[in-house]
Design a binder for this molecule. Structure first.
Ligand code: BES
Ligand code: ZN
Ligand code: ZN
Length: 456
C-alpha cells in the first residue's frame, strides 16, 4: 500500500485539519485519508530543531509507516527543509535519511519470521547524493549494532577477527589478526593474561588506514566478547548484557568503515584486543602480576576489571606506532552510568582544551558525551603492595574516574588522549526515535566526527 507524508507547521496548516486542535508536540504523527489517499501528517512546531530531533522524527515516522504496513512512501524533503530554519537544508535532509534508515534496522538472523519491511521511499531526485552519504553512516552504525547483538558463543575472538577481515575486504584498510602465539611478541601481555581462561583464545585485530595525514592517529576499542568477570565471577543480573562488552571495539570497527568510505585524509590505526573473560582452571587470578610492554607492572586486584588491562596494551602499542592523538572507547565501568545516567557517555582526557568542542560535536552526531574530570589525587587509590599499581581501588566511589586514571598512567605527556566510557550507552536509553531493540551502535558517528575534526 502507498502513502504520502505531509509536514504541517503553524496555525494555517492546522486549520486545514479540523480534528487537530493544536500541534501536540514536535513530530506527532497522524495517519489520515484525504479522499482515497493515505497520508501521514507529521507536525513540526516552532521550536529550534536540532540534527537529533530530525533524526528522531524520521525514525518515529518510519516505525509508524511500518505499523500500517505501507511499502511505498512519498515525501517532499524540500518541504521538510523549508520548515526547518535552524539547520542548512543539506543537514536536515541527511538527518532525515539517517533516522529513517537506522529505524529500519532489525537483528533477525536468528528469527524464524522477519518483522522488517522494505519501504520504497520516493523523494526529489536532487537529494540522491545526500541519501548516499547518510546511508554510508547508517551502514557503519549497523555494522556495530550487528557485532554487539551477536550472541557471545558465535562472536568469539576468532570469529570476530574473521568478521573484520570480511568487513574490510575490498577497502583501503589492511587487517592483521594476531593469534594467541603472536600477541605477546607484539606486546599485548595483558590481553594474553585476560584471555587465557577461555578455550576461545585471544586475538588482536590491527586495522590500518593510510591516506595521507601529517599526524598519526589511533583508535583503541575494548573487545571483550563476553565478560563473565573471570574468577571474580559476576552475579546473575550483572552478567545479562555482557555479550556487548565489545561495544567499544564495534564502535571502532564501524568508524573505520565510515572514515574509509568518506576517504578522510588521515593516517589511522585501530587496535582491538579481543578476549573472552570467563572463569576456568587456566584463568588469570586475583593477585597475579602483569608486566606490560613498557616494563610497568600491574597487580590484578579484581579479574572483572579486565577492560582497562587490555586497553592499556592497546594504548602502549598505539604510542609505539608514533600516534600523537589517541581515542579509546570501552564499556568500561558500571560507575559511569551512576554518574551520568543512561543517555550520555563519559569523556575523559589529559587535554582539557578540546572537551567542550568534542561535546558539541557529539550532540550533532547523536552519540552524546559529557566531559568528566581527571582527579590526580585519585591515582593514589591504585597503589599496590606488590606491583607498580593495581587495577582496582578499594573505595566504591568514583569508579569511572579511577578507571580513567589507570589508563592515564600508560599515556606519555605529549600525546593527546581521549577516553570514552560507554558502558551506559551500548544499549539505547529508550526504544524510540531511530533506536530499535538491541544495541545502539553508539560511538561510530562520534569517533568519525572527532577524527574528521582533527584532520580539518
Ligand atoms: N564490562 C564491565 C563494565 C560494564 C558494566 C559494562 C555494566 C556494561 C554494563 C567491566 O569489565 C567491569 O566489570 N567493571 C567493573 C569494575 C570493578 C570490578 C572495579 C564494574 O564497573 O563494576
Ligand atoms: Zn569486567
Ligand atoms: Zn568488561
Amino acid at each position: 500500500m502507498q502513502a504520502n507524508v505531509n509536514f504541517i507547521c503553524g496555525e494555517k496548516d492546522i486549520a486545514s485539519y479540523p480534528f487537530l486542535q493544536s500541534i501536540e508536540h514536535f513530530a506527532s504523527i497522524h495517519f489520515v485519508y484525504e479522499g482515497s489517499q493515505a497520508v501521514f501528517l507529521v507536525s513540526l512546531n516552532d521550536e529550534v530543531h536540532s540534527h537529533e530531533s530530525i533524526k528522531v522524527m524520521a525514525g518515529n515516522l518510519r516505525k509508524k509507516v511500518e505499523e500500517y504496513r505501507i511499502n511505498k512512501l512519498e515525501v517532499s524533503l524540500e518541504s521538510l527543509s523549508n520548515y526547518i530554519s535552524s539547520l542548512p537544508a543539506e543537514d536536515t535532509i541527511k538527518a532525515f535519511f539517517e533516522g529513517w534508515y537506522l529505524a529500519g534496522y532489525r537483528f533477525e538472523h536468528y528469527k524464524s519470521d522477519s518483522q522488517s519491511l522494505d519501504i520504497d521511499l520516493f523523494y526529489e531526485e536532487d537529494y540522491r547524493e545526500l541519501e548516499e552519504e547518510a546511508s554510508k553512516v547508517t551502514e557503519a552504525v549497523c555494522i556495530a549494532r550487528d557485532l554487539c547483538n551477536e550472541p557471545a558463543s558465535n562472536l568469539t575472538p576468532a570469529t570476530y577477527g574473521q568478521k573484520l577481515i570480511n568487513i574490510f575486504q575490498d577497502t583501503m584498510i589492511d587487517v592483521t589478526i594476531l593469534h594467541e602465539e603472536d600477541i605477546c611478541d607484539h606486546g599485548f601481555h595483558a590481553t594474553y593474561h585476560v584471555g587465557k581462561g577461555s578455550n576461545d583464545t585471544p586475538r588482536v585485530a590491527l586495522l590500518t588506514y593510510h591516506n595521507q595525514g601529517k599526524n598519526k592517529m589511533a583508535l583503541v576499542g575494548k573487545g571483550v566478547t563476553f565478560d563473565a568477570g573471570g574468577i571474580n565471577l559476576k552475579q546473575a543480573n550483572d552478567i545479562v548484557d555482557m555479550k556487548m562488552d565489545m561495544g567499544g571495539s564495534a564502535a571502532v570497527a564501524g568508524a573505520m568503515k565510515l572514515i574509509e568510505s568518506m576517504e578522510l585524509p588521515v593516517h589511522l590505526t585501530a587496535i582491538i584486543p579481543l578476549v573472552e573473560n570467563i572463569p576456568s582452571r587456566t584463568s588469570y587470578l586475583p593477585s597475579d602480576i602483569i608486566t606490560y610492554q613498557n616494563g610497568m607492572t600491574v597487580e590484578v586486584g579484581n579479574t572483572d576489571a579486565e577492560g582497562r588491562l587490555i586497553l592499556a596494551d592497546g594504548l602502549l602499542y598505539a604510542q609505539n606506532q608514533g600516534a600523537d592523538w589517541i581515542a579509546d572507547i570501552a564499556t568500561l565501568t558500571g560507575s559511569i552510568g551512576h554518574a551520568l545516567g543512561l543517555k550520555v557517555a563519559g569523556l575523559f582526557s589529559n587535554k582539557l582544551e578540546s572537551l567542550t568542542e568534542y561535546e558539541r560535536i557529539s550532540q550533532e552526531t547523536g552519540d552524546h558525551i559529557w566531559p568528566m574530570p581527571m582527579v590526580k589525587e585519585y591515582k593514589g587509590l591504585l597503589k599496590s603492595e606488590t606491583a607498580d599499581i593495581k587495577n582496582v581501588t578499594s573505595t566504591p566511589f568514583g569508579g569511572a574516574i579511577t578507571a580513567a586514571s589507570f589508563l592515564h598512567s600508560f599515556i606519555e605527556k605529549d600525546v593527546k588522549w581521549y577516553h570514552i566510557d560507554m558502558a551506559n550507552t551500548v544499549k539505547p536509553f529508550e526504544i524510540s526515535g531511530y533506536y530499535v531493540e538491541g544495541a545502539s551502535g553508539f560511538g561510530v558517528r562520534l569517533l568519525t566526527e572527532l577524527v574528521k575534526k582533527e584532520v580539518e
